[in-house]
Ligand binder design. Structure first.
Ligand SMILES: [Zn+2]
Length: 176
């Protein structure tokens, strides 16, 4: 994937072709892409056609299983954990404090379970959906610059044309 570096900070109106970033059909939807760096994140909507937008939202059987498993685990584990922590906290503490400790423990463990599944879920998607999701990426960003990469070369060329006045020349962009 060729990288395109633009002079574009948060809130800069970057121009996108009116074509699907994945398959070049006329675009009718937006797909948010984002990259996080520490506590900063850059989030931008890229154009998608109706077909790819539908595909992007469709859950594969594997994804559905993962989501059900996550709910099941949370529903089974958290009440047990809550009760256990309540039992093992010292009786010298006030009941309210023990309730609080049990609730915080349950929320923390629930959060970890949720995150673990959040990380596993994308791999359960169908290859077509994964291809759509990775068709556009924000590779890097800083306050004044954003580096884009597109899997589709014709989209990449049109994007470059539309934003030529913002392009930052880099060794990788002049080499190819
Ligand atoms: Zn498409």
């Amino acid at each position: 994937m060729k990288e395109i570096v633009l002079r574009a900070g948060p809130g800069t109106a970057v121009q996108f072709p009116g074509r699907c970033v994945h398959c070049d059909k006329p675009a009718s939807a937006m797909m948010p892409i984002q990259t996080a760096r520490g506590y900063l994140a850059r989030r931008i909507g890229v154009p998608l056609c109706a077909g790819c937008d539908l595909e992007r939202r469709r859950l594969s059987a594997a994804e559905e299983r993962q989501q059900k498993l996550r709910l099941l685990l949370l529903a089974l584990l958290l009440p047990v954990l809550f009760a256990l922590v309540l039992l093992v906290t010292p009786a010298a503490y006030s009941f309210l404090l023990r309730l609080l400790i049990a609730a915080v423990s349950a929320v923390a463990v629930g959060g970890i379970i949720w995150l673990v599944f959040q990380v596993r879920l994308p791999a359960a998607a169908l290859p077509e959906k994964q291809a759509i999701r990775t068709a556009a990426r924000i590779r890097h960003f800083s306050r004044g610059r954003t580096t884009f990469a597109f899997a589709n070369p014709s989209f990449s060329a049109r994007f470059l044309e539309l934003n030529h006045d913002r392009v930052v020349e880099t060794p990788s962009s002049t080499a190819s």
